[in-house]
Every structure is written in structure tokens, then in C-alpha cells.
Design a protein around this ligand. Structure first.
Ligand SMILES: [Zn+2]
Length: 216
């Protein structure tokens, strides 16, 4: 009898979670374990049939509208169940992944653990927050990004970083490991009261270390 497990790839934005998810799915496929890879449709950043990682790896994916959609398409007989960005679904996704592992399957999720307010992501139905995956996991890896805050003569320059801006040769980015993500609206740090959906304003996110993350 095959031993099941729940693997959690947790981390911050820009930490390479999708890349790691695809890497693991590929490794299981090499050993003869077929997979089904789901991803909630949240925006049109990527093709709806593929999960793309920032380094260009792509993998065929089943794009789902919500948890119910996923549950209907889920095939319990396929050994590897992989879910990219499960924090955008209902909390029941945690239960489904656990059931899959209990039956001897491998469940792998790439999970955005915290929002820009540095709080655990709440699932859509409010059933759990993202930490529930950590509690139930057999294996957890936490992936960090690189803090891109600019420093000039030791002082931080606020705003969004143009990493390859040739005009900023004098300035250096922080380069520390980033465990948080800062949200910017129209180039300024967004307050925790700022609405999640913006109309007519430009928003951006950037990875930040402890020293450069601003609570606002
Ligand atoms: Zn930093």
C-alpha cells in the first residue's frame, strides 16, 4: 500500500512557489505517478491552460472557477493532486488534500501564506486560514524572495524598485531574504485599510525583508 502525504510549498510572492510545484510534479511523473494540476482563475495574467512560473516553466493545468468546480473535476484515482494558489479557494480544499493523502495519494500545494497586511490568508468561505495547511502538512518548505528595497548611502528610498534601471547605478537593492510583500498604490506604500479592488489606480507588489517592510 502506497503511503500518502501532504506537501506544502509555502512562501511569499516572487518566492518561486509555482516553479517548485511544477518541479515536484515532474519528479513524480518520472516515477510513473500521473498528476492533475489545478489552479483557480484569479486574473488573466497567465494562460488559463497553463501554470507559468517566473522562470518560464509551464505545465498544463486545469483552471477552475472555485472550489466546487475543482471538486467536480477532481479524480481521486490520479495519484498526484497538485494545487497552485489554493488560498483563493474555499477552506474545504485543505480537507480534500488531506483525504487524498489519507487514501495513499500525494497532495502538493503551492501556497501564498500571508497577504500584504502580513496576515495569514483567509480562505474564501472563512472556514480556515492558510496556516491550516501548515498544521496538516507532512512536509513544509518556506520559499523566500529577495528584498528589492533600494538603498542609497544606507538610507532607504521608498517607492517601487526598478531592478534593472541603469539610472540607479549608485543605488543598491537590499538583497536580504524577503518573507513579506509590500503593496503599493500609485507608487506609495498602501495602507492596511486600502481596498482590495482598485479602480483607476496602479497597484504593485514588491518583496520586502523585515527591516524594509512598512506597517501602515
Ligand atoms: Zn530589505
Amino acid at each position: 500500500m502506497q503511503r500518502g502525504r501532504l506537501e506544502v510549498i509555502a512562501g511569499t510572492m516572487f518566492g518561486g512557489k509555482s516553479t517548485e510545484l511544477i518541479r515536484r510534479v515532474n519528479r513524480y511523473e518520472v516515477t510513473g505517478k500521473s498528476s492533475q494540476l489545478f489552479k483557480p482563475i484569479i486574473d488573466n495574467r497567465y494562460s488559463k491552460e497553463h501554470v507559468s512560473s517566473h522562470d518560464g516553466l509551464i505545465k498544463k493545468v486545469i483552471a477552475v472557477q472555485d472550489y466546487v468546480d475543482l471538486a467536480q473535476r477532481y479524480n481521486p484515482n490520479i495519484p498526484v493532486l497538485a494545487v497552485d494558489e489554493p488560498q483563493f479557494l474555499d477552506g474545504t480544499i485543505v480537507d480534500l488534500c488531506e483525504e487524498h493523502a489519507q487514501r495513499g495519494g500525494v497532495a502538493i500545494v503551492s501556497l501564498l501564506l500571508k497577504d500584504f497586511k502580513d496576515r495569514y490568508f483567509q480562505f474564501k468561505d472563512g472556514k480556515y486560514d492558510a496556516s491550516e495547511f501548515l498544521r496538516r502538512a507532512d512536509d513544509i518548505v518556506f520559499l523566500k524572495a529577495i528584498c528589492t528595497a533600494q538603498e542609497s548611502n544606507g538610507a532607504q528610498i521608498s517607492g517601487i524598485i526598478q531592478r534593472f534601471d541603469s539610472a540607479s547605478e549608485e543605488k543598491q537593492i537590499c538583497g536580504q531574504e524577503a518573507t513579506r510583500v509590500q503593496r503599493f498604490i500609485d507608487g506609495k506604500v498602501a495602507s492596511s485599510e486600502s481596498p482590495l479592488v482598485l479602480v483607476g489606480q496602479k497597484e504593485a507588489y514588491a518583496p520586502r525583508c523585515r527591516q524594509h517592510y512598512v506597517f501602515y
